[in-house]
Design a protein around this ligand. Structure first.
Ligand code: AMP
Length: 404
């Protein structure tokens, strides 16, 4: 069985999925797993195609001190115990910089170029690159593909790509990149199946998870996003503030004496729903809480989604559909109902029964625009890109490069 391994490595976890390649290039998820607690309490957990657990193992801290060690352990488990020898590996890489507008087959030159973007995404890029480097070293002939969160937004106009700062900084890479691109790309492709006519028109997609952003799409291409230079901008998130006057950062430095590292930690870990509520970064806990600050955090989340929908509708000069995706967007009927209320002036109206069932189409018959719930699948997107690059590259039979 030919398989593709998909890797999504973060600072303390390596998530992976294995897809089998079936007839006509169809992909079927066979295994979903992760090693989390890297450097603290490492644990490998995995489930099979039907969701049944197939592994749950704890490791001593010294066995898996870092991301390459976690990748090594996951790889050994797949090869030695499950006899899985992938024909290629697809990686989620958060930053493709200004140039990469699509996935790329990895070699040492690509890794060197991607290293340059570490300063643009210091919390993510080094961890994304670590397993790529260790696989390159251990299995140099195994094809690897980098899939970027920024690539889908490289269709933005120069206006949408700029900040009003001296041009030299833009040339250095200080631009409005936008993120969650693999999720938006998946939703755009799913829409071509669900509603082909709508997929060609003006659509706002709200990716509402622990990270949250919105994307304005026209004809399936990104024209604007709420995120910018980093994944801090735009909507409030689990622990990130979203849009913030840069003067607040100056205040933290000059009045609170915070170092750059402290400010970074604060903005990525202590703000957003968690900071505002003082209760939790988890929407389920906020919805269950009777604390007035939890209510404030939810109200703020919904309000900012409404404001940003107005901004994106202006970028699109109108709106033909709205889509919810990711953890909150796919599961919280309450948040969706409240967001659709905010969309009333844009013609949005809800069918409460369909909404409470998490149906695909949740707009009412009186809605001027259809409103959809489309579960995202970034890993499948990565697997598809990996297979397609593997098939189109000029090479010998990929089976000859299988790791044995
Ligand atoms: P993600 O990052 O896409 O996995 O989304 C994580 C977020 O989705 C967390 O804030 C969860 O609380 C939220 N979430 C998941 N399921 C539900 C649910 N049934 N109701 C409300 N929020 C949910």
């Amino acid at each position: 069985m030919d398989t593709i391994l998909v890797v999504n490595a973060g600072s303390s976890s390596v998530k992976f999925q294995v897809y089998s390649v079936e007839g006509e290039g169809r992909l079927r998820r066979q295994i979903k797993g992760q090693i989390d607690g890297i450097g603290s309490r490492p644990r490998l957990r995995a489930s099979g195609a039907n969701g049944d657990p197939i592994a749950d193992r704890a490791y001593p801290i010294e066995a898996i001190p870092d991301v390459p060690a976690a990748m090594g352990t996951a790889g050994e488990w797949l090869r030695n115990e499950l006899r899985i020898h992938p024909i290629a590996v697809g990686h989620r890489v958060v930053h493709g910089g200004p140039d990469y507008d699509r996935p790329v087959l990895i070699d040492h030159g690509v890794v060197a170029r991607l290293e340059r973007f570490v300063t643009l995404a210091p919390l993510h890029q080094p961890h994304n690159l670590a397993p790529i480097r260790s696989i390159l070293a251990g299995f140099p002939t195994l094809p690897q593909v980098a899939c970027f969160d920024t690539a889908f937004h490289r269709t933005h106009s120069p206006l949408a790509d700029h900040y009003a700062i001296p041009h030299q900084l833009h040339a250095e890479g200080v631009r409005r990149y936008g993120f969650h691109g693999l999720s938006y790309e998946y939703v755009a492709s799913a829409l071509t199946q669900i509603a082909p006519e709508i997929a060609k028109r003006r659509v706002i997609v709200a990716h509402l998870g622990s990270g949250a952003s919105m994307c304005a799409m026209n004809q399936g291409r990104s024209v604007e996003s709420t995120m910018g230079f980093t994944a801090l901008d735009g909507l409030p998130m689990g622990t990130r503030p979203g849009q913030l006057d840069p003067g607040v950062v100056l205040y933290l430095i000059s009045e609170k004496g915070m170092s750059a590292a402290n400010v970074q930690n604060f903005l990525y870990r202590d703000c957003g729903l968690k900071g505002l509520s003082g209760v939790s970064n988890d929407m389920r806990e906020l919805e269950a809480s009777v604390d007035p600050k939890a209510k404030l955090a939810i109200d703020y989340f919904v309000y900012r989604i409404g404001l940003n929908a107005g901004m994106l509708a202006a970028a699109l000069q109108g709106l033909d559909a709205f889509v919810f995706t990711a953890g909150i967007g796919e599961n919280s009927a309450n948040i969706r109902a409240r967001v659709v209320e905010q969309l009333g002036w844009l013609g949005g109206a809800l069918d409460p029964a369909e909404n409470s069932r998490n149906s695909r189409l949740i707009s009412g018959s009186d809605s001027r625009i259809p409103i959809y719930v489309v579960p995202t699948d970034e890993e499948l997107m990565i697997a598809k890109h990996t297979l397609s690059l593997l098939m189109t590259r000029p090479t010998t039979n990929p089976r000859q490069e299988r790791v044995s």
